[in-house]
Design a protein around this ligand. Structure first.
Ligand code: SF4
Length: 366
């Protein structure tokens, strides 16, 4: 099982890195977690240009001139957990909804008509309302029409992940939110999600259940972003060592306004986010890096080709929101409101190919 060192130790390791450490790390071919700590340190801020250059070169070498495109499909806003930063938190008085299988299929086909071939099924964590049976049934309905179906739902067992993989779901996103236990306990007020270690072990259970891709991440704004970045690096390295066949992605959404009036506990600027992206790209060249519509158009356009490899587009974070744009009950508000065609046009303008199909079920037979 993956064990995370105490958060303050990660912070100390980062704080102790100086200018010479950053220069040495930038010359190193295969970075250790000590090098990652250097690139996340305040001392690395003076080397952002050199980090950008290396990040661009690695991204081009490993991913070519491509950016993958996907859309989230929210299927339920019911949640048993109380997380202080989330619009779906059980104590928020919002209009809640779970889509029937037919409604979810209709929403999915709308996304398909708009040109999406990769969808991410998202729900709050309320297993009695939306469990493995629902996800399995929905995947069986959609599997022939989408190249890739991912899920971002409650943590499941290895057996449940294996069942969903057999039904056509190929990847799982499960974010720790914060690797700082103290903050984790503060912001997760009640429900299953209060169990830090159970959540920490979920990516390994999903990989053991044969999922071809696992996405991990932290919610930026809950704790010290530099130490969160180092924790992510440690988690990625452990997953690579233990599940070398599994592709890995990372996402570090910055907190957006949501119901409940939660204010970020830490300010994370665009420059900070950029340093984090460059550091992780250089540390783990094969890593898929996701930049979602939480970020604004200007920033997302500017980052094309610099490190991120996957963008969401045309997103709505309320169940039923694609069929009915007036739907209330969003999980959080969106920073980039462009359609898929507009996002693809911006990617092409930068000389990159927007990739709408990034997987084929035929590969699964190999
Ligand atoms: S973050 Fe997830 S688990 Fe927490 S309230 Fe929101 S939907 Fe529920």
């Amino acid at each position: 099982m993956f064990k995370i060192p105490p958060f303050h130790q990660l912070q100390e390791q980062i704080r102790s890195a100086g200018d010479a450490d950053v220069r040495r790390s930038l010359r190193t071919a295969h970075l250790s977690t000590y090098d990652l700590a250097s690139l996340l340190s305040p001392a690395a801020d003076n080397h952002l240009e050199a980090m950008a250059k290396r990040s661009v070169d690695i991204t081009a070498m490993r991913f070519g001139k491509t950016t993958q495109i996907y859309a989230p499909l929210y299927v339920s806003s019911f949640c048993k957990n109380r997380c202080s930063y989330c619009g779906f938190s059980a104590d928020n008085k919002i209009e809640r909804r779970i889509l029937s299988l037919e409604e979810a299929e209709t929403e999915a086909m709308l996304l398909h008509q708009r040109g999406f071939n990769h969808i991410l099924l998202v729900s709050g964590e309320a297993p009695a309302k939306l469990g493995v049976d629902y996800l399995e049934q929905l995947a069986l309905r959609l599997r022939d029409r989408f190249a890739a179906i991912s899920i971002e739902v409650q943590p499941l067992s290895t057996e449940e992940y294996a069942r969903l993989f057999a039904a056509g779901i190929t990847s799982v996103a499960i974010y720790q939110e914060t690797y700082d236990r103290e903050t984790y306990d503060q912001v997760h007020i009640s429900g299953q999600k209060c169990d830090f270690d159970f959540r920490l072990d979920t990516p390994a259970r999903a990989a053991a259940g044969s999922m071809r891709e696992i996405g991990i991440g932290t919610l930026l704004g809950l704790s010290d972003w530099r130490a969160e970045g180092l924790a992510l690096g440690l988690h990625l390295a452990w997953l690579r060592k233990n599940f070398w066949r599994t592709a890995l992605t990372v996402s570090f959404p910055r907190l957006r306004p949501a119901a409940g009036e939660f204010q970020p506990l830490f300010n994370v600027t665009e420059r900070d986010l950029t340093q984090l992206i460059f550091a992780l790209r250089i540390f783990d060249p094969d890593l898929g890096i996701i930049l979602s519509t939480r970020e604004e158009e200007r920033y997302r356009n500017g980052m094309i080709g610099l490190g991120p490899t996957r963008y969401s587009a045309g997103s709505c974070t309320a169940p039923g929101g694609y069929s009915n744009p007036d739907t209330n009950g969003e999980q959080f508000s969106i920073g980039d409101l462009r359609t898929i065609d507009e996002v693809c046009a911006a990617i092409k303008q930068k000389g990159f190919d927007p990739v709408r199909k990034d997987w084929d079920a035929g590969f699964q037979l190999l």
